[in-house]
Design a protein around this ligand. Sequence first.
Ligand code: ADP
Ligand code: MG
Length: 676
Amino acid sequence: MNLVSSLKKIKGVGLKTAEQFTLAGIRTVGDLIDFLPRTYEDFSHITTIANIAPGKATILARCEKIATRPVRRGLRITTATLVDSTGKLQAVWFNQPYRETQLKSGEEFYFSGEFEFNYNRYQLTNPSAELVKDMPVQTDRILPVYRSIKGLKTPLVRKILSELRPLITMLSETLPSNIIKDENLMSRSQAVLTMHFPEDMADIEKARDRLAFEELFQLLLASQLNRQENAKLTGWHIPFEQPVVANFVKQLPFELTGAQRRAAWEIIQDLERKTPMNRLLQGDVGSGKTVVAGLVACQVAHFGFQTAIMAPTEILASQHAETLSKLLQPLGVTVGLLTGSVKGTARKTLYEQIATGSVQVVVGTHALIQDSVNFYKLGFVVIDEQHRFGVNQRQLLLAKSEHMPHMLAMTATPIPRSLALTVYGELDISILNELPKGRKPIQTKIWSPNSRAQLYEKIDVELVAGRQAYVICSLIEENLENEIKSVQAEYKKLQNSVFKHRRIGLLHGKLKSDEKDVVMGQFSRGELDILVSTTVVEVGVDVPNATVVMIENADRFGLSQLHQLRGRVGRSVHQSYCYLVTSTSAKPTERLRHLEKSNDGFYLAEVDLKLRGPGEIYGRAQHGALNLQIATLADTKLIARAQKQAKSFVASGVDMLQYKQLATQVQYYQRLTTLN
Ligand code: ADP
Ligand code: MG
């Protein structure tokens, strides 16, 4: 038996069991060894019933009496009397009627749960129950709990795994030995052994540490290697031409912020180098990233190169095209817009203009990465709201140049440092940490749905002053569950009653794109007072005269998403407001409170990382593919350790191929995160 053997080779695994495992994605002995416990039950500290104290407790007892009764619809309570030699106590389970069958036998079980005062008496609530004779003898009664697999009982999974013990003790080491020593890590076999057959809780921590370190080390090593490979590429050399840049800056209706100047300068210097730029421009909502990209595009065009700017939505792409035309056309730089809704001859003509270079700056959606789009000489690629794109899409666009073009990814979702190191390890980062002059912090308030009328009055004050407002709802269509607001219903309601005297527009993703353009155009020209919209305006949309954003069912949105939505206002010198209307008048969530308290996207991203994990921030698709088993990208300390080791590993110039397993995994991560 070895790691690639079929499961049927294991003693006690028949055809049926093997099939159940396969359905859960476990095919080989190696897969099963990698199937690590989700958590553990600690039966190592056992109290007697006479000595039990409130809190988490484990007892060794038999079940004397057990019965289940329905309490109300959807709730069945099972109560049992548990007995040991020192006394009796009551245990209670909610909606676990199978406990009756499980416990009826009268055999001895370990019960582990919360001993608490409830319904006027002390009881053990929802305890887990483990048959004593099923307990593996060799452990100190800490039981691994695995993700449940349909048709396979946990004791069976444990038993099958215990058959693999000898094999696990022989697992080969995958990390370089000097790193194991430096970082004081468990050996691989020891770590996996401990995870499956732990002897005490402290060991589990150490085993986890080792396995998580390994995952992060591989990931960071991959980005180091990608960086190294990128440095070997030759890109386009685009020199700095001071008069071109000065001309562009002179005609701007505002002065660039210091941060914008610094970022632009960092980018311009990168373009002068032979190696292609890989840079992330991070700046909170409204910090003015577009104009930085425009400035660079201007200089790029001057040397005969094209720029491609990819945005995640049509609304945003056409807005960018318009903004950039205004800035660039007067300087003789041509701008084109390519989205899914450019059709027929117009599309053909545009393709030609892109291919012959007569359009110098091409703004578009995913339409840009289609096969039929050929550039004349693509020198600079900008990915706006980059967290909305997968690595693949970025790669496809970059592949449209004969040399690797310079790449600038822009994002308003600030990435906490720890995340930036792991998943964006191969990018250089520029930060816009300064808002344009004269901006006032947006005032944010959580609002109870019961006082909506007062809120409408407040909004109307702004409209009277000539400002505009967004009303954001989570759904498009009317629905029965009326506390979840839909744009269509809200639109009708506002138009027929409260805001009868105002000009209201309706925007959502199901509209045709020319319909969207019309509405968005009207709103940005100030021809509408209120825009009732779904989250299609979540990112990027820029209407500086809008000063109110009212978000219905705010508790249904994520923190980063709310911060983005709020960022639709506060884009001018006017005081702006964000109202978070909750679904019920109940206590607002922690998320909303953080938002009310802070306008700082970086702070909120850190909070979001803690509350919801990195998947939501980094983009589920990419994070999902990383498939980290143990490590979390929120573990800053471990990331720093792994980063240090990955750097010195690369610097030492050792041949990766010496470490076969490591090399395979690293190559996988490299493919997943590479830009080339
Ligand atoms: P984001 O960083 O969110 O993409 P935008 O590029 O959309 O921000 O810019 C937000 C708004 O601020 C736009 O209306 C833009 O014209 C304006 N703006 C950008 N830079 C400055 C500046 N230095 N001074 C004043 N307004 C600016
Ligand atoms: Mg933007």
